[in-house]
Design a binder for this molecule. Structure first.
Ligand code: ADP
Length: 269
């Protein structure tokens, strides 16, 4: 890509470490070849964003990531008129920049956004591949390299917050979950450099917490939190302290669950 391109700065220059869970790399490559919009579902911290980063690097395309939230409006995605000393000027939002100049646009946790802002992606996700900028009076034809990727965590959703069928049925989907034991252990060893035995112990703890899901816990310990705990241990924090701080305290205030996890931590280390 030409350094003069406005999305050049969004190129992923260094290979992100990504351990595949199955055939997702080949499948994403096929989806990108057809520029199919892609949805990645799965619990928080299980590797969705890392996978998208890795794919952008592998495909050699820039990646524009937007962390969605409930205050996000369509204008935050598409763009708005700004008033400055010289008068009014249009500023493209991240989705518009990606569509105009050819980047992968990753809308992380899309269901957090208000429904009116999710609807703006519709014309970009069918054969039209267009983005109308109503306020500017411009119709953008998406760049050949543009692809839309969204992530969401089906576990959190209430019916009110689920994606509409009319949105869902515009995407090919990947269902992610926490990596299997061997892979998750290897991720901790590779990413943080802790001994394999410590990694195995951390993964075993996470697995037992994941079984508590639905029994007083919304979600089990994620791979991301395991990486945090492993990093603290690698820096000399005693394992039991690191586990309380990174694996238990962030996720629960329920006294019963805390005591179950504390016992598990003390029994492990
Ligand atoms: P999500 O987007 O699902 O919330 P992330 O992609 O941010 O989660 O993953 C959280 C962390 O877990 C990453 O920063 C990385 O350290 C680690 N991780 C999870 N899965 C993998 C994987 N398959 N390969 C390498 N690292 C991973």
């Amino acid at each position: 890509m030409n350094p003069g391109n406005p999305v050049y700065d969004y190129m992923v220059n260094k290979e992100p470490y990504y351990h595949p869970q199955g055939d997702e790399i080949a499948l994403f490559t096929a989806a990108y070849a057809r520029r199919l919009p892609v949805m990645i579902k799965g619990p928080t911290g299980c590797g969705k964003s890392r996978f998208v980063e890795y794919m952008a690097w592998k495909l050699g395309k820039p990646l524009i990531t937007v962390a969605c939230n409930e205050d996000m409006t369509a204008a935050d995605l598409v763009g708005r008129w700004l008033l400055d000393a010289e008068g009014t000027r249009w500023q493209d939002g991240p989705l518009t920049v990606a569509a105009r100049y050819g980047a992968i646009c990753y809308l992380d946790e899309i269901v957090e956004a208000r429904q009116d802002s999710t609807v703006v992606i519709h014309p970009l996700t069918d054969h039209r591949r267009q983005l109308p900028l109503d306020k500017k009076g411009e119709l953008i034809q998406a760049h050949a390299d543009f692809q839309l990727v969204i992530s969401y965590n089906p576990g959190y959703q209430s019916l009110m917050k689920d994606l509409k069928q009319s949105t869902k049925q515009r995407f090919a989907a990947f269902r992610f979950d926490y990596p299997e034991t061997k892979v998750e252990t290897e991720i901790l060893v590779r990413e943080v450099g802790i001994p394999e035995q410590t990694a195995e112990q951390l993964v075993a703890l996470a697995k037992s917490s994941r079984n508590l899901k639905g029994h007083g816990m919304d979600e089990g310990i994620s791979t991301r939190l395991l990486v945090y705990a492993a990093s603290l241990i690698a820096d000399g924090v005693p394992a039991t302290r690191a586990c309380r701080m990174a694996l238990m305290d962030p996720i629960t205030d329920d006294e019963d669950i805390r005591s179950t996890l504390e016992h598990a931590i003390d029994a492990t280390f």
